[in-house]
Design a protein around this ligand. Structure first.
Ligand code: COA
Length: 189
């Protein structure tokens, strides 16, 4: 049986381990960090910070458990509140230069433009992953369904470079727009 619930502090280490495992082969990270050792080290830092950032910025992390073991995770935050209250961390997450409180027009600027233009106040999925040994068994689907139910009525957004999360979003009828050669912006309807 798959159980989805909010993460506990003592599960942070396990989620970082899972995040490194699943994102080592991600096109976006391979493109930006060619060296595998460097990528492994950096991914551990990124997702350890990601857990704290989501916790602090009007979001959190859901975990999926099978037989009481954490096998999947979904990290999220409230995009608008996060940007308004903590521009420093926001800049870290989106990797863009922000000057005079404006996001400069690089690839992630498209995300920001979409939020501003549509005034949609989205919940943003920072990351979703299921451990390699547990993939393709419906766990990602269960985790995403649980998350969507939790935020029913809110717009959900994410930048996606993995084919199976893309497929999940397609199934739920998200709009998908390419924002780089390896990434799509997904916005729920
Ligand atoms: C995205 C991810 C979380 C999905 O988790 P999962 O538990 O494997 O997903 P599910 O078993 O619920 O399946 C979701 C869909 O993906 C398909 N899928 C998952 N793994 C697959 C595989 N190895 N081969 C073919 N299809 C696969 C499923 O068939 C399903 O589609 P369907 O309903 O049309 O059958 C998982 O693939 C993952 O961790 N990927 C690496 C990290 C990643 O890419 N995250 C998103 C970054 S943007």
């Amino acid at each position: 049986m798959i159980v989805c619930e909010n993460i506990k502090k003592d599960e942070y280490g396990r989620v970082v381990e899972l995040a490194v495992e699943v994102f080592m082969e991600d096109k976006f990270f391979i493109k930006h960090m060619r060296d595998a050792n460097e990528r492994r080290k950096k991914l551990a830092e990124i997702y350890r910070d990601g857990l704290e950032i989501c916790d602090k910025n009007f979001g959190g992390t859901l975990v999926a458990k099978v037989n009481d073991e954490v096998v999947g995770f979904l990290m999220y935050f409230d995009y608008v509140k996060f940007r308004k209250t903590n521009l420093h961390d926001f800049k870290d997450v989106f990797g863009v230069e922000i000057k005079h409180n404006h996001v400069l027009p690089v690839s992630f600027a498209k995300i920001h433009k979409t939020v501003v233009r549509s005034q949609c106040n989205p919940i943003y999925v920072l990351a979703i992953g299921v451990g390699k040994n547990y993939q393709h068994q419906g766990i990602g689907k269960a985790l995403f369904a649980d998350f969507l139910q939790k935020f029913e009525g809110r717009v959900i957004m994410s930048d996606i470079s993995g084919p199976f999360f893309l497929r999940l979003c397609q199934k739920y009828g998200f709009n998908l727009e390419p924002i780089s050669d390896v990434c799509y912006l997904a916005v729920s309807k």
